[in-house]
Design a protein around this ligand. Structure first.
Ligand code: FES
Length: 116
């Protein structure tokens, strides 16, 4: 039975590996951007432009098992990733990923060059 004092009861959970290698389980609010979830839980992500797809400092490496389960990146996101370090096939900008129930269990790693 859901507890009224837990706003995250039943929420999708995102698994984020920080740069020190520790994995964090972050309950997420639907409709938020993944970048906002990471930032709100206090992990070190610069996200300098606040989600405008203008800085690439929210760069993450998504677990390859999730690559086909995410919406395809826009041309704008692909172009912006050119500004990031250590870009890989599984690179995404966390500000361009919206939290939905289907993202429950999404696993990703903070990329280098996104430190505050
Ligand atoms: S926060 Fe700037 S591109 Fe994502």
């Amino acid at each position: 039975m859901p507890r009224e004092d837990d706003p995250y009861e039943g929420a999708p959970v995102i698994l984020v590996t920080a740069r020190d290698g520790r994995e964090h389980r972050l309950p997420a609010v639907e409709g938020w951007r993944v970048m906002e979830v990471i930032r709100e839980w206090g992990l070190d992500i610069k996200a300098e432009c606040g989600g405008a797809c203008a800085c690439a400092t929210c760069h993450v490496h998504v677990d390859p098992a999730w690559a086909d389960r995410l919406p395809q990146p826009s041309e704008e996101e692909i172009a912006r990733l050119d500004d990031a370090f250590d870009v890989r096939e599984e690179s995404r900008l966390a500000c361009q990923l919206l939290v939905t129930p289907s993202l429950d269990g999404l696993r990703l790693r903070l990329a280098p060059g996104t430190e505050r």
